[in-house]
Design a protein around this ligand. Structure first.
Ligand code: AKG
Ligand code: FE2
Length: 346
């Protein structure tokens, strides 16, 4: 069953309340969006702290130094930002504009992408549900998912035809993103003391799937009560994300939630579950969530880089010794995903 899009709900709110500031003050949001106290961002965020996620210059010429920085950030935070990554600013801006223009289309035009073609079983499309939606509290966000690489994984049914620039902008971005991904995977391999192709190979090599998502978080009248995306780790091997300039991403470290600073043109790199498994737990999948904003629309463009469904992922055999036994099962990515989305044990 289709659930009403959050963008629509937020719009009604604006229209109803625009004539009366008194009503705005007293307003609340529908009950299904209100988090319990142990999740409400106003209560659970660390404020005024100096601690910040690492920012790494990807053009660092000293490779050992780069490997060390990436390795350390991946162990301690599971998330870091990269600058000087080689993706032209224009390519990122075109990607963002195409996504923004899509979400600004009339609702009916967007809904075309919420209907999968007959027989389609994947998770691409325009929606606000993930898996079976077993969570009782709704996230304050709508999204669009579609694969952008490799060509064999692309189904253009899910790529917006409008704006007309959408396809070119996504194809350009994908081309550059492959370069960044390959560089990171080499660094992670080396940081684990492995040959440089090992992480790539463990993730499915040429068959790895680049799944793009656009998150659209409309303004929320009570941002202190709701969350965009609730706390989770990504299923992917890694996720590369560009946000717009409205802050909202938070990461959990030692049980406390920290805001991630917005750095223009930086990419945010998340360690996903599959890299934690491949590295046998040395690199940590980051627990993260997003908050929403009272006045502004937040958007983000993550790309989840994942093993192909049939590919078996487990700790890289070279890492396993008597003193470092395998901490994770080896299993097909499709089975891992099914268990996680349905909240079943792995
Ligand atoms: O919007 C963000 O910054 C994070 C989104 C996210 O975590 C996700 O879509 O998995
Ligand atoms: Fe995420």
């Amino acid at each position: 069953m289709e659930v009403e899009k959050v963008q629509n709900i937020a719009l009604k709110f604006n229209n109803n309340n625009s004539n009366s500031s008194r009503i705005i003050e007293e307003s609340s949001i529908p009950k299904e969006f209100i988090r319990s106290e142990n999740e409400q961002p106003a209560i659970t965020t660390v404020h005024g702290t100096e601690l910040e996620v690492p920012t790494i210059d990807l053009s660092e010429a000293n490779e050992d130094e780069l490997v060390d920085l990436i390795s350390k950030a991946s162990e301690e935070w599971g998330l870091f930002q990269v600058v000087n990554h080689g993706i032209p600013t224009q390519v990122i801006q075109d990607l963002q504009k195409a996504g923004r223009d899509f979400f600004e289309l009339p609702q009916e035009e967007k809904e075309v992408y919420s209907k999968p073609p007959p027989g389609y079983k994947g998770s691409e499309g325009y929606s606000n549900k993930l898996g079976k939606n077993i969570d009782t509290v709704r996230p304050w966000v709508d999204h669009l998912f579609h694969n952008i690489w490799p060509p064999s994984a692309i189904n253009f049914h899910f790529w917006p035809k409008n704006p007309p620039s959408y396809r070119k902008a996504n194809e350009e971005y994908a081309k550059y993103l492959i370069g960044v991904t390959e560089k990171l995977m080499k660094c992670w391999s080396k940081g684990l003391g492995l040959e440089e192709h090992k992480i790539r190979e463990g993730g499915g090599g040429d068959e790895m799937v680049y799944l793009a998502k656009i998150n659209y978080y409309p303004p929320c009248p009570r941002p202190e009560l709701a969350l965009g995306v609730p706390a989770h780790t990504d299923l992917s091997l890694l996720t590369i994300l560009v946000p717009n300039d409205v802050a909202g991403l938070q990461v959990c470290r030692d049980g406390l939630w920290y805001n991630v600073r917005y750095i223009p043109n930086a990419l945010i790199i998340h360690i996903g579950d599959q890299l934690e498994v491949l590295s046998n737990g040395k690199y940590k999948a980051v627990l993260h969530r997003t908050t929403v904003n009272k006045e502004k629309t937040r958007m983000s463009w993550p790309v989840f880089i994942e093993p192909p469904p049939h590919h078996e992922v487990g700790p890289v055999p070279e890492l396993i010794t008597e003193n470092n036994p395998a901490k994770y099962k080896t299993k097909k990515f499709a089975d891992y995903k099914y268990c996680k989305l349905n909240k079943l044990p792995q």
